[in-house]
Design a protein around this ligand. Structure first.
Ligand code: ATP
Length: 251
């Protein structure tokens, strides 16, 4: 049997009385990139926010179904452990604005109980290196995070997420606020990070999905219409609705 890192079964999600995900089943292999695509409002963000239990933090929001990560039921874990196991990067870079570059990355480690300064420094360096930012910031670690460019801030947020050694990295349109060069750097980074992490990325950019994802899942109106190897979903989809979407006929 293929090993499965994330298994989603019969996942439903509501905002108040509005059901916005109608029973999603999806399996994701370890150390792979899965792109979630689909038109605005189809439930992409809600879906990935269910994976790390962020959805339920909205007032009145509810989830039913199962999400297993590495065989553990996320909905039976302590939410703090869930967030440590499953890191997340958002659409707009959101470093802690009053903190330095170093402290942005170190904070999660301090919360996780790492006190030893040498260990803290080593892990901050390692995380910034994994996020392909170390060389650009190694001489200015104590400057404010907000002194970085937007693309650098997004890589800082990736470093911050990686510092606590998650297994899974969720990315919700991580490049939509970035210029083309920063976007390319993040795409290259995703390709490198998948050697270590399982990555799920929401994107509106179909070329981006085609460039970086091993597997692509197409959502429509809260349903998972089709999932498969990216090249198949883009060139020979099984469902007419997928074909219409990937060929730009709607959305
Ligand atoms: N906080 C909220 N309260 C109520 N309804 C919401 C909330 N957030 C999203 N929704 C609704 O849930 C549905 C799914 O939204 P979601 O943001 O998951 O879609 P999406 O595919 O990520 O959209 P986009 O591509 O525009 O970001 C939509 O109908 C949306 O209006």
């Amino acid at each position: 049997m293929l090993s499965i890192e994330i298994k989603v079964e019969a996942l439903h999600a509501w905002y108040g009385n509005d059901e916005v995900l109608h029973g999603i089943d999806l399996a994701i292999e370890p150390r792979s990139v899965t792109a979630i695509i689909g038109p605005s409002g189809c439930g992409k963000s809600t879906f990935i926010r269910c994976l790390n239990r962020l959805h339920e933090t909205n007032p009145g929001a509810r989830v039913a179904g199962h999400v297993w990560v590495g065989g553990e039921d996320v909905y039976r874990m302590d939410p703090i452990d869930v967030r440590r196991t499953i890191g997340m990067v958002f659409q707009r870079p959101n470093p802690f604005p009053t903190m330095s570059i170093f402290d942005n990355v170190a904070l999660g480690l301090k919360f996780a109980g790492v006190k030893d300064r040498r260990r803290l420094r080593a892990r901050v360096e390692e995380s910034l290196a994994m996020a392909a930012l170390w060389d650009e910031v190694k001489d200015r670690l104590h400057q404010p995070a907000m002194s970085l460019s937007g693309g650098q801030q997004q890589r800082l947020c990736i470093a911050r997420a990686l510092a606590v050694e998650p297994r899974v990295l969720l990315m919700d349109e991580p490049t939509s606020a970035l210029d083309p060069i920063s976007t390319m750097r993040i795409e290259e980074l995703v390709q490198n990070l998948k050697q270590t992490y399982t990555i799920v990325i929401v994107t509106h950019n179909m070329q981006q999905a085609a460039r970086i994802a091993d597997q692509t899942a197409f959502f429509l109106d809260g349903h998972l219409i089709e999932v498969g190897p990216t090249s198949k979903v883009f060139t020979k989809p099984d469902d007419k609705r997928t074909e219409d979407y990937v060929s730009g006929r709607f959305g």
